[in-house]
Design a protein around this ligand. Structure first.
Ligand code: MG
Ligand code: MG
Length: 254
């Protein structure tokens, strides 16, 4: 399904969904500490979602169905990490990718954080910082008539400048009635190319960057995406509503 211009009531449901998502990610970010397992964090997210009266679009998604409400990916795991017994260590890059469905509308957002706040290497902190900057650069070009290539080019400029690997096998996407709607929103591209987007459409912009190459593979659990070269990765994502002259970040954590 191609992402549709959302009605006012659909936009409001996504605003509510996005607020719940942002609050939950903020909670997890606060509670995350070295020594916890990724499953402990996931259980916290599930409990919070239940308390909010919202649903988990990730649970059972795809084939095989994703087994949890949140993806938690550590270090060389880029995205789609399955929560489990892995113990988070001080200095790990932990990426939390979460979705919320409320009144039939879905939002999708992710962040990366250095566990314990102290990076093992300064370049890990920089990777986190600049991957978020790349996402925001993509948001900054949004307006009526923007093309997917405009977004991709804006994201790419930030990541290329740092010589990061840009994961190309996975991309941003339309979102709202479904977790994944067309069109794809790649994290690279040429300005003026690709499908045109309009005010009232909702999309997820989500750069995935590595300190090495762009190649990735799927792990033994059939879900986790890892860097081929073992380099560490970061991931940021916001669901945004395109407006006439800009955008509204529906999953804003501020
Ligand atoms: Mg996501
Ligand atoms: Mg997404």
């Amino acid at each position: 399904m191609y992402t549709r211009v959302k009605t006012q009531s659909e936009q409001q449901a996504m605003r509510d969904s996005g607020r719940m998502l942002a609050d939950t990610l903020n909670l997890l970010k606060r509670e995350l500490e070295p020594g916890m397992t990724t499953k402990q964090l996931a259980d916290m997210a599930a409990k919070e979602l239940k308390a909010l009266g919202a649903e988990a679009p990730f649970l059972g998604y795809g084939n095989p169905g994703f087994p949890d409400v949140i993806c938690i990916s550590v270090n060389e795991q880029v995205v789609h990490g399955v929560p489990g017994a892995r113990v988070i260590e001080s200095g790990d890059i932990v990426s939390l990718d979460f979705g919320v469905r409320y009144k039939g509308m879905t939002t999708d957002s992710a962040l990366s954080v250095i566990a314990g706040g102290k990076p093992k290497q300064q370049r890990h902190a920089e990777l986190v910082e600049f991957t978020e900057k790349a996402m925001l650069a993509g948001v900054a070009v949004l307006q009526e008539g923007v093309r997917t290539g405009d977004i991709g080019a804006a994201v790419q400029i930030v990541l290329d400048r740092k010589r990061y690997g840009i994961v190309r096998d996975l991309v941003g996407h339309g979102v709202g009635h479904h977790l994944h709607e067309d069109p794809n929103i790649p994290n690279y591209g040429r300005p003026g190319s690709g499908p045109e987007l309009h005010a009232g459409m909702t999309i997820a912009i989500e750069p995935m960057a590595t300190l090495g190459g762009e190649a990735v593979y799927v792990g033994d659990d059939d879900w986790t995406i890892l860097t081929r070269d073992g380099s560490w990765a970061a991931h940021f994502e916001h669901t945004v509503l395109i407006t006439e002259d800009g955008a509204e970040i529906l999953t804003d954590r501020g």
